[in-house]
Design a protein around this ligand. Structure first.
Ligand SMILES: [Cu+2]
Length: 510
């Protein structure tokens, strides 16, 4: 059933001439006028994602320390039961990331539509998306979000002070590279492997999971990178932007347009024929095994309990995306695997018929660097020692790519800990760029009394292309890989980012 269409926020120049944005602003204003303990309020909805109100934060990022605008309330708190049922639900670094956020957006959209209609606005209003990888200026935040006033002279509820951008200067845009949508080329939702399950497009298999561990490909890039680029840090480094931290992010109205785009990319991925998990554990969600349920407040104070299988196809939800049928046609006729094989010297006809069976893949440790690394502003360098037997096995598969699917290679920064999410690590292997990883979620994942005992985040990059290139240059015969890690943002005195271990893995495709 589709009735509503979620459209591009950059329509009509992304200004208040775009009626979706004008009415979004007015609806957000209505929700912001409600109290923190009201399940229909803007503040309650932000706390459903994550909050620093009910804990013992003494200073930023405690909600009491957020510089207005907006003026964020820290009281009255809802009853302990309501708080426990609804708050701090967001699912990150998990295969529930996509369905949970889809339900969250549906619930917010219902709230806003009701508020908008009560103001005399359009009954067909739907949440717009910000496609920062679109043409022309679309990598900039739509201008309606940076105006201090609405056209009628009232304060603009979409304006946020603590939003600093990738260069910390208040210029809000998304840098590409490193942001891209290469994740759409991964055809596995959650990789399966006996020793190290790969996160895949949609994230690793977990229980109810409020963050920590490994992000899926879509969550890692573009999702995490966009959060940290939009949020950024204050020019004096005293605080970070709301979007840079999961316990603050949903206070910023741009959050929902970013997540609407992430949800759209999931729909595009499905429309291209990729399949979601079919196991009961995913379909029925964590509540089926006695864990917390996914629950959202609907208008008129009713609770909507949902599971992934309630929202896992566009045919089950009441909206569609503008341009979805066009995006469903991949612009490339050749898959990433086919392109790789041709680079490795396999002729086109053979490459077209070879499809590695990633369902049955297994992963093996190829090399490690075991000492804890401390990352300072100048970056850090490590020599990853390779196991020569494993390396030779991998080299053989590369040399005989015409006969079998060659191995892939992944680099993982493991047990990464720190106190600030608003940073990105650029990683280089033997001088070649391996990509960038944002530290969104780092702070909470590092807290000793947090959900997973402060084991931090594990950040993964696909370095198959680099190993292929080294192999073709006949440079993949040394026993060491030279890994350099450079933070984007300076690290202040007393602040620290540490990496417990670097692991390099080979994955065989058959
Ligand atoms: Cu997010």
């Amino acid at each position: 059933m589709t009735g509503y269409t979620r459209a591009n926020a950059w329509n009509s120049g992304g200004t208040f001439n775009n009626q979706d944005l004008l009415w979004y602003a007015k609806g957000v204003g209505v929700m912001q006028s409600r109290t923190l303990d009201d399940p229909n309020s803007w503040w309650f909805f932000a706390a459903i994602h994550g909050e620093y109100v009910s804990g013992k934060e003494t200073g930023y990022p405690g909600w009491a320390y957020i510089p207005p605008a907006p003026s964020v309330p820290t009281s009255p708190l809802p009853s302990p039961d309501v708080l426990k049922q609804y708050w701090n639900q967001c699912q990150h670094q998990t295969w529930y990331f996509l369905p949970w956020h889809r339900g969250y957006l549906i619930a917010l959209e219902l709230q806003l539509r009701e508020a908008i209609v009560s103001l005399g606005g359009p009954e067909t209003w739907s949440l717009p998306f910000w496609n920062y990888l679109g043409p022309d200026n679309e990598y900039h935040i739509p201008p309606a979000f940076t105006e201090k006033k609405l056209p009628d002279g009232d304060d603009n509820p979409l304006f946020v002070d603590a939003r600093f951008g990738p260069k910390n200067d208040g210029n809000i845009y998304v840098l590409s590279p490193p942001v891209n949508q290469d994740c759409l080329g991964n055809d596995i939702y959650t990789g399966s492997s006996p020793n190290t399950p790969r996160p895949g497009f949609g994230g690793p298999e977990t229980d109810f999971w409020h963050g920590g561990g490994r992000s899926g490909n879509l969550e890692s890039n573009p999702h995490n990178l966009v959060h940290v680029e939009v949020g950024g840090n204050a020019p004096d480094n005293s605080i970070w932007g709301l979007m840079s931290d999961p316990g603050l992010a949903a206070l910023d109205p741009i959050f929902y347009l970013h997540h609407c785009n992430i949800d759209r990319l999931w729909a595009v991925w499905n429309a291209r024929g990729n399949e979601n998990p079919t196991s009961d554990k995913w379909l029925k969600g964590p509540a089926a095994t006695g864990d917390r349920e996914f629950v959202m407040p609907k208008p008129q104070a009713t609770a909507w309990v949902f599971t992934p299988q309630d929202v896992d196809a566009m045919s089950k939800v009441d909206y569609t995306y503008e341009g979805l049928s066009t995006d469903a046609r991949a612009s490339d006729t050749m898959s990433p695997v086919q392109k790789r094989l041709i680079r490795l010297g396999v002729n086109q006809v053979e490459a077209a018929t070879m499809a590695p069976d990633t369902e049955k893949s297994s992963t093996e440790l190829l090399g490690t660097h075991d000492q804890t690394l401390k990352v300072g502003s100048a970056g850090v360098r490590a020599a990853v020692k390779l196991n020569s037997t494993v390396k030779n096995t991998m080299l053989e598969t590369l040399a005989s790519a015409a006969k079998q699917a060659p191995d892939r290679a992944y680099l993982q920064l493991e047990n990464v800990r720190g106190t600030r999410d608003a940073n990105t690590l650029d990683v280089y292997v033997n001088g070649k760029s391996a990509g960038s990883i944002a530290l969104f979620g780092l702070r909470r994942a590092s807290l000793k009394d947090g959900e997973h005992g402060g084991s931090g985040l594990s950040l993964e990059l696909d370095i198959t292309d680099i190993i292929d290139a080294l192999h073709l240059e006949q440079a993949f015969d040394a026993d060491l890989l030279d890994v350099r890690i450079q933070p984007d943002q300076s690290i202040s005195d007393g602040e620290e980012i540490s990496i417990g271990r670097i692991g390099v893995y080979r994955e065989n495709g058959s």
